[in-house]
Write a protein that binds this ligand. Structure first.
Ligand code: PMP
Length: 461
């Protein structure tokens, strides 16, 4: 164990907490980095060290840290009505106003909203809503979901089954048998030699169709995907992919679910990524930037057709028997309203499109670096994939060691990024300026320099 005073916060953290997404044994050795406060795009640890938060926390703090207006909005709502539920026909103003606002913003005429606390709960709820709907319309056997390898949809039993990453399933007895996975739309890693983006998209759409036919179209309820994948490595789909997979879904009466938990509210340079990729979802899932994660909140937006089926079924059974104590929580929904005001008043979605170009261009300057396999991204979400061999695209073996070192070494340079295997991800707050982007990139460059030495020592050729 680290040499830390027994009653220090570090020691108490090691003693009492099990951390999400953390190697618990390693944590016992190295302990936490305790983040104490934040201001704009910066956070500070308990020793006062400054970090530029190039991941906006967990892809989420759109308006940056320390936004007083959100604190005030929360305090006002806490003082007036700190809590009330939305069960049994009860309602309160903030959730009504937010539901109306989201419907007015939504793509494809989505017309109803259901609130949850997290993205995982939202995707779990999507599964249950679709099952309930298909029971209502007399298709009780139509229950399977199809998602993609490397997709991320959360960690509950159903959403963790939709997720296509081994770390979320290994050791947990997942996925559930009715959750199926198809190929990952990442051209750099998964295309055949010489295959164009369009031809790759054709192949993925054909694979989806073959999967639906193999399972039986009468058993396949929905296809779910992030327009741009986040936690799987910031994977931008090949040209024409979404048009083609949607066509297959429509052919077999398979609902299209767009998971915009990361993408929503300007992240990819348009309000919703559905607009950028011409996706016409039956169901849209949003969270994270909805409140800038100052409060836990997610929302499911869905079509009138689905609403009508659910409404009929609830009348038949006596109630829509689903919901959380804190569904549509008044403080969370009030904070979301204020957060959306800030995003609109300050033109933060437009800013993301403009400074996003700078981030993309600056990072692409590293494309020729010998350790860089691919630089990718769109808007204010990007990634640099590090590889052992640029020519063959060979990954480092062991995989993830270079990424983990990069993550740690970034801290030394006051940079917080995310390492996904050996891919370095960026997803800064939407308030970031061009100058701050150049600061992110310069800290990245300094870290990469250290990593060159690390690779030379640890992976001698
Ligand atoms: N969907 C996507 C696309 C996500 O990125 C995430 C979280 N990273 C989730 C769902 C799950 O959200 P939560 O962590 O709030 O459960």
């Amino acid at each position: 164990m680290m040499n830390v005073a027994l009653n220090s916060l570090h020691a108490r953290d090691i003693t009492y907490q099990l951390h999400p997404y953390t190697n618990a044994r390693r944590h016992e050795e190295v302990g936490p980095i305790i983040i104490d406060r934040g201001e704009g795009v910066y956070v500070y640890d308990d020793s006062g060290k400054q970090y530029i938060e190039a991941m906006a926390g967990l892809w989420s703090v759109a308006v940056g840290f320390g936004e007083k207006r959100l604190v005030d909005a929360a305090a006002r709502q806490m003082a007036k009505l700190p809590y009330y539920h939305t069960f049994s026909g009860k309602a309160h103003e903030p959730s009504i106003l937010l539901a109306e606002r989201l419907v007015k913003m939504a793509p494809n005429g989505l017309s109803r909203v259901f609130f949850t606390n997290s993205g995982s709960e939202a995707n779990d709820t999507v599964v249950k809503m679709v099952w309930y709907y298909n029971n209502a319309i007399g298709k009780p056997e139509k229950k399977k979901f199809i998602s993609r390898i490397s997709g991320y949809h959360g960690i509950t039993i159903a959403s963790g089954s939709l997720t296509g990453l081994p770390i979320n399933q290994r050791g947990f007895d997942l996925p559930l048998p009715m959750m199926k996975h198809v190929g990952c739309p990442h051209h750099y890693r998964w295309s055949e030699p010489g295959e164009t983006e369009e031809a790759f998209a054709d192949r993925l759409a054909a694979e989806l169709e073959a999967k639906i036919l193999e399972e039986g179209p009468e058993t396949v309820a929905a296809f779910i995907g992030e327009p741009v994948m986040g936690a799987g490595g910031v994977l931008v789909p090949p040209a024409t992919y979404w048009e083609k997979v949607q066509e297959v879904c429509r052919r077999y009466d398979v609902l299209v679910v767009a998971d915009e938990v990361i993408n929503g509210f300007g992240r990819t340079g348009t309000k919703f990524a559905c607009e950028r990729f011409n996706i016409k979802p039956d169901i849209l899932v949003i969270s994270k930037q909805l409140t800038s994660s100052y409060q836990p909140l997610a929302a499911i937006l869905f079509s009138d057709k689905i609403y009508q089926g659910i409404a009929d079924q609830s009348a038949e059974i006596g109630s829509f028997g689903h919901g959380f104590t804190t569904s549509g929580h008044p403080v969370a929904t009030a904070v979301a309203m204020e957060n959306l005001d800030i995003i609109e008043e300050r033109g933060l979605m437009e800013n993301a499109a403009i400074v996003g170009e700078v981030l993309q261009a600056e990072l692409r300057r590293f494309a020729d670096h010998p350790l860089v396999g691919e630089v990718r991204g769109v808007g204010l979400i990007a990634a640099v994939e590090l590889v052992a061999d640029k020519a063959t695209k060979a990954k480092f073996d062991p995989f993830g060691k270079v990424g983990a070192k990069f993550f740690q070494q970034g801290h030394e340079h006051g940079l917080i990024i995310r390492a996904i295997g050996d891919t370095i991800a960026f997803c800064p707050p939407l308030i970031i300026t061009e100058e701050q982007i150049r600061e992110v990139v310069s800290r990245f460059a300094r870290t990469l320099k250290d990593i060159e030495d690390f690779v030379a020592t640890e992976f001698p050729t």
